[in-house]
Design a protein around this ligand. Sequence first.
Ligand code: FAD
Length: 187
Amino acid sequence: MGGDAAVVRGARICYQSTARTANADEKLIRRLISATPKHNTVFEHAVFRFGVKCPLFVARQWMRHRICTFNEKSLRYCIADREYYVPADRDAGRETYVAHMEASFDLYEELLSQGWPKEQARSVLGLGVYTEFIWTVNAWSLMNWIEKRVDRHAQAEHRAYAKVILDIYTNVMPITARAFREVIVAR
Ligand SMILES: Cc1cc2nc3c(=O)[nH]c(=O)nc-3n(C[C@H](O)[C@H](O)[C@H](O)COP(=O)(O)OP(=O)(O)OC[C@H]3O[C@@H](n4cnc5c(N)ncnc54)[C@H](O)[C@@H]3O)c2cc1C
């Protein structure tokens, strides 16, 4: 919502200026993103909303990011789908892992059939179970998330989401994303 144009509008109202050349807006955005101290609030006028499906352990890390809004599928009110993450790069122990996940779902469904409330029966499910949430985040906070989660220190599974979202970001806000990639991600 808003894109590069919203950033430019936010900045130009400060200076009461207009673009005089074809690439003036691009230069302005590049200056804003490189400036120290940063004129960061102009990037908050562009807003994204994502629908995310990921393992619970990725969601837990994701929700450590506070400057944004989440709403998540509730396993108090909904029955968990039998869907869980299986690491593609692991062979040894894979069968045991899958058997364990299947057994946990068997137990979960058994407890539900015995009248356990969903909110208690879910305790037997593991962190690899998929969850879904809606994430609304402004472009400044999104860049903070991308910077931290594409970093090599971030968990690979989380990094995979960050890389995809960086591509989406680049398609939607090409000017800001290009400056962000060159000035911040490449650092
Ligand atoms: C590789 C990696 C490993 C991590 N390991 C752990 C871990 O083991 N345990 C753990 O608990 N967390 C861990 N985290 C989470 C990390 O500590 C941050 O909570 C998370 O990355 C969110 O970053 P953030 O605060 O910049 O983002 P946001 O919460 O979105 O905040 C954005 C910015 O707003 C400002 N801000 C927000 N809230 C406050 C506040 N209360 N006071 C002052 N300024 C504020 C800060 O400038 C902050 O950078 C890890 C993160 C990474 C990337």
